[in-house]
Write a protein that binds this ligand. Structure first.
Ligand code: ZN
Length: 51
């Protein structure tokens, strides 16, 4: 459902950027603490992992 968006998001996150959450459109998807492979939205349950 959000596969196309995922590609775009991953690209930005890998580059160290922050993206608007594709689920709630309100939160921001940022990494969790020191873990640069797991990102999540600060408003909803959206999560994304980067390998
Ligand atoms: Zn969200």
């Amino acid at each position: 459902m959000i596969d196309k968006e995922d590609g775009k998001i991953l690209k930005i996150l890998r580059a160290g950027g922050t993206v608007q959450c594709p689920e709630c459109k309100k939160g921001k998807v940022t990494h969790k603490g020191n873990n640069l492979h797991h990102f999540s939205c600060d408003k909803c349950d959206f999560k994304i992992n980067i390998d």
